[in-house]
Design a protein around this ligand. Structure first.
Ligand SMILES: Cc1cc2nc3c(=O)[nH]c(=O)nc-3n(C[C@H](O)[C@H](O)[C@H](O)COP(=O)(O)O)c2cc1C
Length: 244
């Protein structure tokens, strides 16, 4: 068993942060394959690896981004608009979610403050007023250009294993994101990339039974201030159950 430095591991995992602004610099295919190989060392339910990964780059990436942005434009008009904009969305259905999993959920009461905090702190860093709906929507729209990343992964999970597929995909994703970090790359896991699953399916051969869980934007981080954002990390006392 090789010896590893536990202290430097702690520093390493703590130093990974979500990247939300990327350089257009391409990521070599060999490096992408290294990340995927590292990701495949994650544990998996009965070693089934119940997930598939689509890698969007170049024209495919651009087409998906264009489609996402067009749908978001319709959806955001309806969200912020009056009766007519909402009626148009429901009549044309263009912009309505076509996700395999429910992406937009109401947060449970116990979790909502954590989500609100990260949102408030991120917008504060970017100088966006919480009440400025337009600026908030424009920032959210950056999801749909993958924050400028040249690569977007789309993670599909087999519905037959239910929650355990999703859990396995999470382990895979974390390995992938840590490997990217080790190679000087940045990542952003994106639930936003799973809202319009049909736009992704149009570009890849997805076998029956697989559902789109999430995207991961990948590329080299820019020096934009958003990449200096440090989301709060809860103390372990907040997640430890007490004895009865
Ligand atoms: C499954 C999943 C989906 C996410 N979706 C998004 C997203 O759509 N857009 C985004 O900007 N960040 C997204 N994030 C990033 C989280 O907001 C981020 O991980 C969290 O705030 C903690 O920050 P850190 O990754 O810098 O530690 C997602 C993270 C996960 C794990």
């Amino acid at each position: 068993m090789p010896k590893f430095n536990a202290e430097s591991f702690s520093d390493f995992v703590a130093s990974r942060r979500t990247t939300r602004d990327f350089l257009p610099t391409p990521v070599p295919q060999e490096l992408i394959d290294t990340l995927l190989t590292d990701a495949m060392t994650a544990p998996s339910w009965s070693n089934t690896r119940p997930y598939l990964v689509a890698t969007a780059q170049g024209e495919v990436r651009d087409r998906i981004s264009k489609e996402f942005l067009a749908r978001w434009e319709q959806a955001s008009k309806a969200l912020g608009g009056g009766f007519l904009a909402k009626a148009k969305l429901f009549v044309t259905r263009y912009g309505l979610p076509t996700s395999d999993y429910k992406v937009n959920r109401v947060y449970p009461k116990v979790l909502q403050p954590r989500s609100a905090r990260v949102g408030a702190e991120l917008y504060a860093l970017l100088g966006i007023d919480r009440k400025d709906q337009k600026a908030r929507q424009a920032q959210w729209a950056r999801n749909y250009e993958f924050f400028g990343a040249p690569v977007s992964f789309f993670i599909f999970t087999h519905s037959g294993l239910g929650e355990y597929s999703v859990s396995d995909a999470g382990l895979f994703m974390q390995n992938l994101m840590l490997s990217a970090h080790a190679h000087g790359l940045g990542t952003c896991a994106q639930g936003a990339s799973a809202v319009w699953a049909d736009a992704v399916r149009k570009e890849f051969e997805v076998p029956e039974g697989y559902k789109l869980l999430c995207g991961i934007a990948l590329g080299y981080p820019s020096d934009h201030k958003v990449n200096g954002f440090n989301a709060d990390r809860l103390p372990i006392s907040d997640i430890k159950l007490k004895n009865k």
